[in-house]
Design a protein around this ligand. Structure first.
Ligand SMILES: Cc1cc2nc3c(=O)[nH]c(=O)nc-3n(C[C@H](O)[C@H](O)[C@H](O)COP(=O)(O)OP(=O)(O)OC[C@H]3O[C@@H](n4cnc5c(N)ncnc54)[C@H](O)[C@@H]3O)c2cc1C
Length: 468
């Protein structure tokens, strides 16, 4: 039997454990926090559960325009009070339940779970440190899936009460009066959007011209406009360099000398990989200059028999990619059929209001000439279903190859973009042409109608498309 030892129980680790067990490996998973890892316990599941509550508030805010009234209240959202203690209790309960489900599934598949910290001792041994002491485990195959930790600025150390990382937000029992969010990347923008919808006064400190600098620029512009219209303060081109607690306030110092005062501050300034102190050098595992583990497209590190998956590799920080890297590692290591990781087909979503979903090539790649293609952008406000639902912001964008008209990417900005992107994701994966997408029936009226319509407009010779 092949002994497989996995360090880290997030999606990279636990999905790999399931595959390894299915392929006949004897699998041990070492996790220091709980099955599901950060994805389930502190990152994806808690944040998306919180956002689900925030979405209801956003819907309530739009209710007046749809003709809904509540006697004695100006607007429906104003009639509701957010009980953050109850919201957070639900968030944490759901995360714990999800972790419990993963534990049950792993145990049912025969995976041995060790609660503790793992480290390498060469390429054939792993040491697990638990509350009961140390255990040495012999391994034919090792997978490192240790994830990342929120990055901290030395002059803005989180205290867990007023200066917080995203993992500490769920301890809040009352809505912050004024929440300063430092960082306008995906994490900062998602929490700024959610707390703004819940009714907190939010100040978003962004070092760039526009929020979400890593996303499609048109999409970022729409989200920024919606944020500003809803009353959020955005401090663009402003770099936070320090934060300190003064009485029951937080004062954030910007690099240009200005200060911002709030009741709480969320630091969302990126992550650092959990790759120090786990014996990587003893096995010859190579790190890149930022401290991430170097891997190839089948998740191999430079050390024989040692694989790595997920955020600790810095490849693409998404739970879905971590899981795929983990599965690929085990398919490869245990001799099953395997293809290399293909990032061109990854669908990703930013859970702001509205959401931004993307797949395949980006507008920036077309603009810079890295990829040749045509593009069309169709605003959602012309869509009949969007009008009925009071959706004014958002669009569908499709990119295709210039001659064959094969779909190579797309962007959807809409309240449920995460669901709508599937049609484009399938098109990219299966190399469908814009005509094939356009010819498939969509429900009338529906938001997906705009995807088919955009594809129709990309039919060769269409006037609205721009060829790069
Ligand atoms: C706020 C937030 C929201 C996000 N939302 C989404 C989303 O909506 N969709 C999405 O796809 N992605 C999302 N992500 C990204 C996603 O969380 C990560 O891509 C994913 O968690 C990576 O999985 P992983 O298995 O690599 O690591 P993790 O989930 O980080 O798990 C690694 C685990 O390893 C454990 N560990 C580390 N070192 C050791 C050791 N030596 N011994 C034992 N255990 C160890 C850690 O405690 C951790 O539990 C979000 C991230 C953040 C921060």
């Amino acid at each position: 039997m092949t002994d497989v030892v996995i360090i880290g129980g997030g999606p990279g680790g636990y999905e790999a454990a399931l595959v390894a067990s299915q392929l006949g490996g004897r699998v041990t998973l070492i996790e220091r926090r709980g099955p599901g890892g950060s994805a389930v316990l502190t990152d994806v599941v808690p944040s998306k559960t919180l956002i689900a509550t925030a979405e209801v508030m956003t819907t309530l805010r739009g209710a007046h325009a749809l003709g809904l009234r509540l006697d004695g209240a100006e607007d429906l959202a104003g009639a509701f009070r957010v009980d953050l203690a109850a919201v957070n209790e639900r968030v944490l309960r759901l995360a714990a339940a999800q972790s419990g489900d993963i534990r049950s599934r792993l145990e049912a598949e025969g995976v041995r779970l060790i609660e503790g910290s793992g480290r390498l001792d060469g390429t054939e041994w792993v040491v697990a440190s638990t509350a009961d002491g140390e255990e040495r485990l012999r391994a034919d195959i090792i997978l490192l899936a240790t994830g990342t930790t929120p990055r901290e600025l030395p002059a803005a150390r989180p205290d867990g009460e007023r200066i917080l990382t995203w993992t500490q937000l769920y301890g809040l029992s009352e809505l912050p009066k004024r929440l300063i969010v430092v960082g306008s990347g995906v994490t900062g923008a998602e929490f700024a959007s959610a707390y703004n919808a819940l009714g907190a006064d939010v100040v978003l400190v962004s070092s760039r011209d526009q929020v979400l600098p890593g996303e499609d620029a048109d999409a970022g512009r729409v989200v920024q406009q919606v944020f500003e219209r809803s009353g959020m303060t955005i401090l663009s081109r402003s770099r936070a360099q320090a934060a300190r607690v003064v009485g029951d306030e937080v004062v954030v110092e910007l690099a240009d000398g200005r200060t911002v005062t709030g009741s709480h501050c969320l630091m969302a300034v990126g992550s650092t990989p959990n790759t120090a102190g786990i014996g990587l050098e003893s096995a010859g595992v190579e790190l890149d200059e930022r401290g991430y583990i170097r891997v190839d497209k089948v998740s191999r590190t430079r050390a024989r028999g040692v694989y790595a998956a997920g955020d600790c590799t810095g490849v693409f920080p998404l739970a879905s990619v971590a899981a795929m890297q983990g599965r690929i590692a085990m398919w490869h290591a245990l001799g099953d059929a395997v293809g290399p990781l293909d990032l061109r087909t990854v669908a990703a979503n930013v859970f702001t209001a509205p959401e931004i979903a993307t797949v395949g090539v980006s507008q920036a790649e077309l603009d810079s000439g890295v990829v040749a293609g045509s593009a069309v952008m169709l605003p959602l406000h012309t869509n009949p279903r969007a009008k009925m639902r009071g959706i004014a912001d958002g669009f569908v964008k499709i990119f295709c190859l210039p001659t064959t008209r094969i779909v190579i990417g797309g962007v959807v900005v809409a309240p449920i973009a995460s669901e709508l992107i599937e049609a484009l994701s399938l098109a990219v994966r299966e190399k469908l042409t814009v005509d094939q997408v356009a010819e498939s029936f969509t429900v009338y009226p529906s938001l997906t109608g705009s995807i088919a319509e955009a594809a129709r407009r990309l039919h060769s010779g269409a006037l609205e498309s721009v060829t790069y």
